[in-house]
Design a protein around this ligand. Structure first.
Ligand SMILES: Nc1ncnc2c1ncn2[C@@H]1O[C@H](COP(=O)(O)OP(=O)(O)OP(=O)(O)O)[C@@H](O)[C@H]1O
Length: 247
């Protein structure tokens, strides 16, 4: 698979094009770690489409392959089988798919940088001039309700504030797809609910699709589309209230 391949063949053989509204298309995707008797099949035979505007809760037991699938969709990892294409996103710098924002499990802020610098850093890496990056970082922090925390170091933030900062870092990049890997896993229920609200608002304002992995049924209920993984496969699909679309 080439990460530049923005028009890989669909399962029916037709080219995937932005015109069909698909941001991401996975066809028979597999990811095996290692080889031989100790190989771990983390994901197998997953076919799914992420339409623009999707709001997906990706659920499933621990070890069922959710994070692995998310990393594949993000283009941070390559499948060992099948194809992934990003027909609605195209290729960004370095051949990686175009604007995708990823929020990882647990703390992800660089401890020696203040919050504004953390949010601005990916913009600097993307070649945006320092002054513009700082302005976009401040605006993103304002959007998630922590404008006053810009000068703080990550260690001075609560868990919920740190996740808001992680959301701000994603917003600043203006992604068309946001992937959040258990963004509320280390937060109490109420704080987690606020973080999901911030994510949903951000996705709405950016016109971005959103996939959130979670073990929390109440968090999942905030998203209309439900995908469930089991033993590396996508076991059930659709299933949000009033929505039976296939993934
Ligand atoms: N880098 C790796 N090397 C080897 N095995 C891995 C690697 N990453 C994941 N795995 C294995 O792949 C399987 C799926 O892991 P994954 O993290 O995708 O599950 P998950 O559903 O996200 O779990 P959780 O809900 O606990 O985060 C597990 O058996 C895991 O041990």
């Amino acid at each position: 698979m080439s990460l530049r391949d923005g028009a890989a063949a669909r399962a029916d053989g037709a080219p995937a094009t932005p015109a069909d509204g698909a941001l991401v298309r996975c066809v028979n995707v597999a990811r095996t770690f290692g080889t031989g008797p100790t190989a771990v099949v983390a994901v197998h035979d997953v076919s799914c489409t992420v339409p623009s505007g999707a709001r997906v809760a990706l659920m499933g037991p621990s070890g069922s392959g959710k994070s692995t699938l998310l990393h594949l969709i993000a283009g941070l990892d390559a499948p060992t089988g099948g194809t992934i294409a990003w027909p609605g996103l195209g290729a960004g710098p370095n051949g990686r798919p175009g604007p995708i924002g990823v929020i990882f499990q647990g703390p992800s802020l660089i401890p020696t940088l203040d919050v504004t610098e953390n949010v601005a850093l990916p913009l600097l890496f993307a070649g945006i001039p320092a002054q513009d990056a700082a302005a976009r970082a401040s605006a993103a922090l304002d959007r998630v309700g922590i404008a006053d925390l810009g000068p703080k170091l990550p260690e001075e933030l609560s868990g919920g504030q740190a996740q808001r900062a992680a959301v701000a870092r994603v917003i600043a990049g203006r992604p068309r797809l946001i992937l959040a890997d258990e963004p509320t896993g280390q937060l109490d229920h109420e704080t987690g609910g606020h973080v999901i609200s911030v994510l949903l608002t951000a996705a709405e304002e950016l016109g971005a699709a959103l996939i959130v992995t979670t073990h929390d049924a109440q968090i999942a209920a905030r998203l209309p589309h439900r995908w469930t993984m089991r033993d590396g496969g996508l076991a059930t699909r659709g299933a949000g209230p009033g929505d039976d679309r296939r993934p």
